[in-house]
Design a protein around this ligand. Sequence first.
Ligand SMILES: [Zn+2]
Length: 217
Amino acid sequence: MNHDRLPRIIYEWDASLNTDAWARSVEFILQYCNMLEDVSNHEPMSESATDERGLVHVDLDAVQSRLKRLDGEKWWLAAADMQKLRTFKEIFDDQDYKGIVYTPLNRRQRSLVIKLKIGILSLGLEKGRFTNVPLEYRLCLICDDDLLDNEYHFLLYCEALVETRSKFFGDNTFLEDVEDPTDPAELCKLLLNSHNLKKTARFLEEMYRIRQSKLYG
Ligand SMILES: [Zn+2]
């Protein structure tokens, strides 16, 4: 932006105050996005970024998307140490995040799907956290396989729920599309994508109902 432009004069005056004022915030954001160079040059950086009045345009969409990306990277880094998000990290699909919002589900189904996705469904693995049961003892109590009672075991492998699961898998040929059927995360992603979520939610509701009745009668 040219030196004699009023916004530039105000920006430089504001910045010279050495307070946490508007100019500092703008500078901080642009620096964080590694875009400060682009707008602080005395001469306009390029023809394409300058309009006929000589104003340099900051691409706010680019700033927003860079902020989102940087924030996302920071979150995933922090999430690496969050045991609770074990399944969420594996089944998260950034191309399909709208499914849970737009798929018409009843209250119970929506609650179960969300709890499953973020790892707070009341399974042995999660409940054991509150009673200090060592991880290796948080086993499934409705089958005899002595396997960890986690999201994958419950939804895909528990022998005590094989009847309901077989019927669901048999009725839904979309499950044949999964590239690696031995990869539980891939299977869950397919089950939970927006095309299949409605059916999966019904299946999950039924599976959870049977599980609870086997546990508590
Ligand atoms: Zn089991």
